[in-house]
Design a protein around this ligand. Structure first.
Ligand SMILES: *Cc1c(COP(=O)(O)O)cnc(C)c1O
Length: 379
């Protein structure tokens, strides 16, 4: 049987009664924009993340955009972030007419390397966006220290890390603000787009709330140039059902992650994800590194595809090398760790409903490919 990268239908089957009832409730109540469902979900999420405030917005990308504006990012400012991630953070920095400034990653965690951040700080630097990639928290202590020293805002990109903990604290509650995504494939996924800004800072919370509603506090009286960026009531109702299952689902991801790692660490040339001691990852993606350059990633992917096993590359091209950022003037070789990661990473099927037998099947298929290749001398 096929093993997809993620299986949203299996999840729906497991909670169908609750989801259908929540959708019915919203339709019956007839309040679709903000209102009680969104408010209740915001309160539940603030409690879950351990923050004072949570503001529902239209997507994770919008969460980052509004958070940057609420942190006071202005044209010509610089914001430091990682080149090895989904484009959203860099994209919204540019949307603020500020400049994304990239810093290379730590090759073990794929997250921003704090040791290289200070080299990139200028008088124009205003913020740092660490991304908790694949659900593993970035190394926050040194990042917070640098932020404090240089008076920079720390905006956490928690799109992949909901439920993850750094030194016992939930991601999103550590910096000035955290940005969540409810894109369907995230650990807490809506049936459409959705996002959220969490923060302990009442000033940031208030500005994000104003920005998402056309820049107004009271309808038709506009204080700021705003947006239409609200979380749907329908999505909030669905997410409230799913939030009750999130910890149990994340625990299943942990169990599958351990099993994958136990099986794959026996294969030469494969590096399973490294987890820093003080981290509890969310398990959003299970991403291995193919260390053996004689073995080709596309070959392995094709082999797995033939066995009906889906894989993905997150992400195949570092942001500093993207066409859209050509004008920033970066070139190949600028961020060697990010560029090596883009050639070597491979994400395997990972979702709570995946069975242990399926994980064993994936590991066996990878093992078979490697032993077949190793038997022949490779030029
Ligand atoms: C998914 C994702 C986003 C964007 O979230 P959307 O809800 O799709 O806008 C931002 N950053 C990272 C790292 C992501 O994985």
């Amino acid at each position: 049987m096929a093993i997809p990268l993620t299986d949203l239908k299996a999840q729906y089957r497991s909670i169908k009664g609750e989801i259908d009832a929540a959708i019915q409730r919203v339709v019956r109540e007839g309040q679709f924009i903000l209102g009680p469902e969104v408010k209740a979900f915001e309160e539940e999420m603030a409690a879950y993340c351990g923050t004072r405030f949570a503001i529902g917005v239209a997507s994770g990308t919008d969460a980052l955009h509004l958070a940057l504006l609420a942190c006071g990012i202005k044209p010509d400012d610089e914001v430091i972030t990682t080149p090895f991630t989904f484009i959203a953070a860099a994209e919204v920095i540019a949307r603020c007419h500020a400049t994304p400034v990239f810093v290379d990653i730590d090759p073990r965690t794929y997250n921003l390397n704090p040791e290289q951040i200070e080299l990139k700080i200028t008088p124009r630097t205003k913020a740092i966006i660490p991304v908790h990639l694949y659900g593993q928290p970035a190394n926050m202590a040194p990042i917070l220290k640098i932020g404090k020293k240089h008076n920079l805002k720390i905006i956490e990109d928690c799109a992949q890390s909901l439920g993850a903990e750094y030194q016992g604290e939930k991601t999103g509650s550590i910096g000035n603000t955290g940005c969540l995504s409810f894109f369907p494939a995230k650990n807490l996924g809506a049936y459409g787009d959705g996002g959220m800004v969490v923060t302990n800072d009442p000033g940031i919370a208030e500005v994000v709330d104003i920005l998402r509603k056309h820049g107004s506090k009271t309808s038709y009286y506009h204080l700021l140039p705003g947006f239409n960026s609200r979380l749907d009531a329908m999505q909030a109702a669905i997410l409230r059902v799913k939030l009750k299952h999130l910890d149990e689902w994340n625990a299943l991801r942990h169990r599958l992650t351990s099993l994958y790692t136990r099986l794959l660490s026996q294969i030469d040339g494969i590096e399973p994800p490294y987890v820093e001691e003080h981290n509890k990852p969310s398990g959003n993606y299970y991403t291995i590194r193919l260390k053996d350059s004689r073995l080709n990633r596309n070959g392995l992917r094709k082999h797995l595809e033939a066995e009906d096993i889906e894989t993905a590359i997150y992400y195949p091209l570092s942001l500093h090398l993207q066409e859209v950022y050509k004008s920033l003037g970066y070139k190949p070789g600028d961020f060697p760790q990010s560029e090596q990661a883009q050639e070597q990473v491979l994400s395997l099927p990972m979702y709570p409903e995946l069975s242990q037998g399926q994980v064993e099947e994936v590991a066996a298929a990878i093992s078979a490919y490697y032993s077949a290749k190793h038997r022949r001398p490779v030029a």
